[in-house]
Design a protein around this ligand. Sequence first.
Ligand code: HXC
Length: 257
Amino acid sequence: TEYETILVDQRGRVGWITLNRPQALNALNSRVAEEVTAAAVAFDADAGIGAIVVTGSEKAFAAGADIKEMEGMTSADMIGTDHFGAWRDFAAVRTPVIAAVSGYALGGGCELAMMCDIILAGDNAVFGQPEINLGVIPGMGGTQRLIRAVGYYKAAELVLSGRLVKAEEAERIGLVSRVVPASDLLAETTKLADTIASKSLPSVYAAKATLDAAMETPLTEGLEVERAQFAALFDTADQKEGMAAFREKREPDFVHR
Ligand code: HXC
């Protein structure tokens, strides 16, 4: 497939998507949304892929939704074109997605990171929802996902003031999984993605689906999802292999089935 705004490659069992609009600090226009989603959905359909990475450049993961594309749009345009709609399919992939964030992750960039399952940040990363400065509000899930990540009072302060937070604060409030030196970001991301991709794929899918359920359901219902997902894994070859390997004191040889 020919992509204009992203670079896509497979390294081992990991699918890498690199945002590549350097002239606009990787601002997310409709084309980027379609391409990132198409690439992620294609990786998701490939049993040879056990983890997906989304990353940007050193200066910017993504500086937001594309303001120049949105500026002249009307409310009817927003609704009629389902602007940002492509991201629903991105957020719905079964494969774990790691956001590797260096530099700016603002507005839609922060929201894209929050659509991912794990956020690794370089110590140069800057997060925020500055939409309020533009006379709008977050439109790619920012209000909803930020509250679930950091709690109401942190989220409300950031969304209402537009204040940006650096990597260290982002980690402290629970917006990122881990901060690493910027120069180590890609190596650390590779290590983590390879680790996840080496696990049994059915159990990885089940873990992600069950974690996702926790974001959406009351406790009793979420526990039911976990119970069913857990039980279903006892029909996989990899469950037998994983437990046999433990008993035999060796590494498991997963077949991802
Ligand atoms: C379109 C953008 C952009 C964006 C940067 N650029 N961010 N273009 N949409 N979100 C473009 C600039 O116009 C400029 O192009 C080029 O990228 C380099 O940016 P500079 O501003 O010159 O870089 P710098 O001075 O280093 O400042 C970096 C920055 C700043 C602090 C990140 O670019 C910035 O504040 N960007 C906007 C951040 C933002 O508000 N994001 C939220 C967007 S709204 P030219 O050609 O002019 O040189 C959003 C939510 C959508 O995401 C939901 C609500 C509808």
